[in-house]
Design a protein around this ligand. Structure first.
Ligand code: FE2
Length: 348
């Protein structure tokens, strides 16, 4: 197998972190060996097919370091100018922004990459979005009709008291959603919205997006805010109980009559000190290719950014929707204030 996979999870000790660092540095190749060092926060094993197809196409071996987004950013920061990272990939524009803000990317120009949808990439070329995910309202079909729903803003209505489920505001998906509302409504209205949302919670935030969907199906609440691919995964699961859960759930795209549904991206850029910069650009262009766009769409049920690339039938079944065209970099810029607003509103 062409891929060297190393997973660095959160380690409690400096010694462990040092040991991991040593392993990486002794095994990373030079450009003469035709390698590309990929630091990825994507947590989807299906991405392996993407790395293998890159090696097949270019002869360049992919050395993979996987780690959650915040750990990944800290790691590249601490490695500084000695970092072997060529490409850094994270999920959510909030994380891409943090990496950019920490000076971890270098801007690159590529006709293929600048051909991607402008709302899903950094205007200066520090990072590019390769997949999209919509943050939708899911509802229990036995209790809620789609006509009862309209916008994120309308979830503060008193009719939703004790009925809303959403994970912690410590999660970047929610911070980016709040960042998008901030861009549309301003600080005062966004804070009032966050307070109203919390006032309607069915329970204090707990668990991930999948846990919210399961809780809606179990009747612990009636609606939840989640990313589309989590619903798709349950619907396409081999387990009968997952399919049963998905069958109870409806997907609603909010704000169709105004700015559109909040969408976020997964993407990456070339690391500032990339030892293999040419290979890094080739790799990013590979992610933008129709072949890989199709793998993204079919393996993790994300929406491709490349116009015309096919989506999985499960996403087609959710229906067509209008996406908020706000540039993804705004979620990042609004992240700190979004987090403060959530704190002030008591959204744990
Ligand atoms: Fe996720």
């Amino acid at each position: 197998m062409a891929i060297t996979r190393r997973v660095f999870l959160a380690s409690g000790t400096a010694a462990a972190a040092f040991a991991a660092h040593q392993i990486l540095n002794t095994k990373v190749g030079s450009s003469a060996e035709r390698v590309m060092n990929l630091y990825s926060a994507r947590h989807y094993s299906s991405d392996t097919a993407i790395y293998e197809s890159f090696t097949k196409k270019t002869g360049i071996k992919v050395n993979l370091v996987e780690s959650p987004g915040d750990k990944l950013i800290e790691r590249v920061k601490s490695e500084g100018a000695n970092s072997p990272a060529d490409v850094i990939i994270t999920v959510d524009a909030g994380n891409l922004w943090r990496a950019q803000d920490a000076g971890l990317f270098q801007p690159v120009s590529s006709r293929i990459l600048t051909g991607l949808d402008a709302s899903a990439r950094d205007p200066q070329g520090h990072w590019f979005g390769f997949t999209r995910r919509a943050r939708v309202i899911v509802y229990n079909k036995a209790k809620v009709k789609p006509e009862d729903l309209s916008t994120y803003e309308a979830l503060t209505d008193s009719k939703w008291k004790g009925r809303i489920l959403v994970r912690s505001s410590g999660n970047v998906y929610n911070q980016s959603l709040v960042g998008s509302i901030l861009a549309a409504q301003g600080e005062a209205k966004t804070e009032a919205w966050a307070r109203g949302l919390v006032a309607n919670f069915a329970r204090p935030s707990e668990g991930n997006d999948t846990a919210q969907i399961k809780a809606v199906a179990a009747g612990l609440g009636d609606v939840a805010l989640v990313n589309t691919y989590y619903v798709a995964r349950l619907a396409k699961s081999d387990k009968a109980e997952d399919k049963e859960i998905a069958a109870k759930i409806g997907v609603f795209f909010p704000n169709q009559k105004d700015r559109g549904t909040h969408v976020n991206i997964s993407g990456g850029g070339v690391a500032k000190y990339a030892p293999n910069k040419a290979a890094a650009i080739l790799f990013l262009e590979h992610l933008a290719s129709r072949q890989v766009q199709e793998i993204f769409a079919k393996s993790n049920y994300e929406y491709p950014v490349q116009a015309g690339a096919p989506v999985d039938p499960i996403l087609t079944s959710f229906g067509k929707f209008k996406a908020d065209k706000l540039n993804a970099s705004v979620y990042g810029k609004n992240n700190a204030l979004a987090l403060k607003i959530c704190d002030r509103a008591g959204w744990k």
